[in-house]
Design a protein around this ligand. Structure first.
Ligand SMILES: NC(=O)c1ccc[n+]([C@@H]2O[C@H](COP(=O)([O-])OP(=O)(O)OC[C@H]3O[C@@H](n4cnc5c(N)ncnc54)[C@H](OP(=O)(O)O)[C@@H]3O)[C@@H](O)[C@H]2O)c1
Length: 235
């Protein structure tokens, strides 16, 4: 059912995006993914080829609408269609609000929030053709505020509101939209280096399997907002 389908994952050179790419490739879906650094994109593309040859790495920055439009153009040139978009690229800077700089604030809002809009803006024409699927990666921080989280909380609360409203606009075209709100995932986020200490966390492949399960659901049902957490958080 999912074979011959094509996915675009933003921020797929490592972490959650890479885990989703791996699982989709293993299940016969062609995958394009992005990242800002050419070397990292080329390395991830090479590594992902162990799962399937139908993979395309694209250097693109979600903060730039023209760059996202070009990314979608490459995908259509290479694969001829676009069925699934996962707006995943994001970053977190955690500081007290009085210490957070305007540049740090803008970096989070432009990447985590404006970026998911630009990725949709660039791809929605193709999603209409395929009656596709638009998935965003927010966070449990999109529902729960915490100390040092102002910029990150604002961006992730924003992604939840944005995706829910887009869901209503897009379902008229038979495009489904889901916002996923993960808890802690074992990635490179915020300078983390994944290791044994992260074994209690959600793993990137778990995110991939969640996305796969969502894509497999009957067309008549739509899980519009999903909280996804580790069963046993570390104390
Ligand atoms: N890890 C967690 O615990 C957790 C929990 C909830 C939600 N999330 C969310 O999950 C998403 C993925 O994070 P992660 O944990 O996988 O982090 P990660 O391991 O640091 O990976 C982030 C990915 O996004 C890319 N990226 C960053 N800025 C970008 C931009 N402007 N344009 C294109 N790509 C960009 C990075 O590549 P380059 O830097 O080379 O561009 C990298 O491929 C984020 O939205 C994050 O907020 C993470």
């Amino acid at each position: 059912m999912l074979e011959n389908k094509v996915a675009y994952i933003t921020g797929g050179t490592k972490g959650i995006g890479y885990g989703i790419a791996k699982i989709l490739l293993e299940n016969g879906i062609s995958v394009a993914f992005s990242g800002r650094k050419r070397d990292d994109v080329e390395k991830a593309e090479h590594d992902l080829q162990q799962y399937s040859d139908n993979v395309l790495g694209i250097v693109s920055d979600v903060r730039n609408l023209e760059s996202e439009k070009k990314a979608v153009k490459y995908i259509i040139e290479k694969f001829g269609r676009l069925d699934f978009v996962v707006a995943n690229a994001g970053l977190g800077i955690f500081k007290p609000v009085d210490e957070l700089s305007a540049e740090e604030w803008n970096d989070m809002i432009e990447t985590n929030l404006t970026g998911v809009f630009y990725t949709l803006k660039a791809s929605v024409g193709e999603l209409k053709k395929t009656e596709g699927y638009y998935i965003t990666i927010s966070s449990l921080a999109g529902a729960n505020f915490f100390e040092n989280g102002t910029g990150y909380n604002a961006s992730k609360f924003g992604v939840v509101g944005f995706t829910q409203a887009a869901m209503i606009d897009l379902r008229k075209y038979n495009i489904k939209s889901t916002v996923i709100m993960p808890g802690s995932v074992a990635t490179y986020f915020n300078g983390n280096i994944p290791s044994e200490k992260d074994s209690w966390k959600i793993q990137p492949e778990d995110m991939g399997n969640l996305v796969l399960d969502i894509l497999k659901m009957n067309p008549r049902v739509l899980p519009s907002k999903i909280e996804f957490r580790a069963t046993k958080p570390a104390k």
